[in-house]
Design a protein around this ligand. Structure first.
Ligand code: UDP
Length: 315
């Protein structure tokens, strides 16, 4: 198949691109490079089945030739990034999704939308099943991401119902692994980079808030299975193993063998208190369950950051 990946130069987009190429398909990668980086695709420079277009998906997308699938991943995804690019985030989720759906409709292609656990906001139901409608502050600082993704889900369902576009929606929970940017601002990359540099780990608030961390290869496997399954309703993908941020800081200190201390910083506004996916639907419909335990995934992530950060490699 010839497939389009928007956000191909991002953390997740680049891993998905690798997987699609490994399955034998051709990939056209699109990225505006506001938060993605060419470095994530550098290993594909000589790959004849991969083409890269530097484009902003909030502008209309035209691609010549047949297309069988569109994976719409383009968006700033870390709270630090989407607060730095609030308008671009809204545009990527709203106009970008409209344009990606337009491309899929014109090509008769299947479209998979990368949505997020942030559609549940600061959840009042725990763990979160897909049937939970969420608790989102529509005007808070995080709303630029949350509401853009909620709109993205709504327009995807409307294109499916109104035009019969063959759509999939994945709600992605916190994912980590190699190729996260060192300055991306998310908790795993922050802690690993801080630990390797011997700087204090910045715990926001009292660190009792929880998250559930999925290793990137597990997530990509789930996305590929969802793309190939006949499920139009949103599907949660994430690792249900739940950790407080304090527990995560201890695991990162152990994985890096670091003597860093912990420094308490203010909790960001509207930071969700807890988050964990109910993955019954993915398990039933996709026969999917994450395989990589947090300790093993952290080990691989630490190895990656040792390679890319100057002065942190072990002798
Ligand atoms: N966090 C933290 N220190 C950091 C970065 C994040 O304590 O240096 C906390 C953050 O407040 C949140 C959790 O870690 O409670 C996960 O944050 P992240 O930015 O990774 O993603 P989120 O799940 O909030 O989208």
């Amino acid at each position: 198949m010839r497939l389009v990946v928007t956000g191909a130069a991002g953390f997740l987009g680049s891993h998905l691109t690798d997987r699609l190429l490994a399955e034998g398909h051709s990939v056209v990668g699109i990225d505006s490079l506001i938060t993605g980086t060419r470095r994530n695709l550098a290993h594909l420079r000589a790959e004849p089945r991969f083409a890269f277009l530097e484009r902003d998906v909030s502008e209309p997308i035209e691609i010549e030739g047949e297309i069988e699938g569109v994976f719409h991943l383009a968006s700033p995804a870390s709270p630090v990034d989407y607060l730095r690019f609030p308008i671009q985030t809204l545009k990527a989720g709203a106009l970008g999704t409209r344009n990606a759906l337009g491309l899929a409709r014109a090509s008769g292609a299947r479209l998979l939308l990368a949505s997020t656990s942030e559609v549940y906001g600061d959840p009042l139901v725990h763990p979160q099943p897909e049937t939970y409608w969420g608790n989102v502050n529509p005007v808070g600082p995080r709303s630029v991401y949350d509401e853009a993704k909620r709109f993205a889900e709504a327009i995807t369902m409307a294109y499916h119902r109104e035009y019969g576009v063959d759509t999939r929606i994945v709600r992605i929970f916190n994912t980590y692994g190699p190729r996260m940017r060192p300055d991306d601002g998310r908790v795993v990359s922050n802690f690993v980079v801080q630990a390797l540099r011997g700087e204090p780990l910045t715990v926001y608030g009292d660190g009792s808030q929880s998250r559930s961390f999925c290793y990137v290869s597990d997530l990509v496997e789930g996305i590929w299975r969802l793309f190939n399954a006949d499920v139009h309703a949103p599907v949660n993908l994430g690792n249900p193993g739940e950790y407080t941020i304090r527990m995560l800081s201890d695991l990162v200190l152990a994985a890096t063998d670091s003597a860093s201390t912990v420094e308490v910083r203010p909790l960001p506004e509207d930071d969700p208190r807890m988050r964990s996916p109910d993955i019954s639907l993915a398990s039933e419909r996709l026969d999917w369950t994450p395989r990589v335990p947090l300790e093993a995934g952290l080990k691989r992530t630490v190895e990656y950051f040792r390679e890319v950060l100057p002065g942190t490699a072990t002798e």
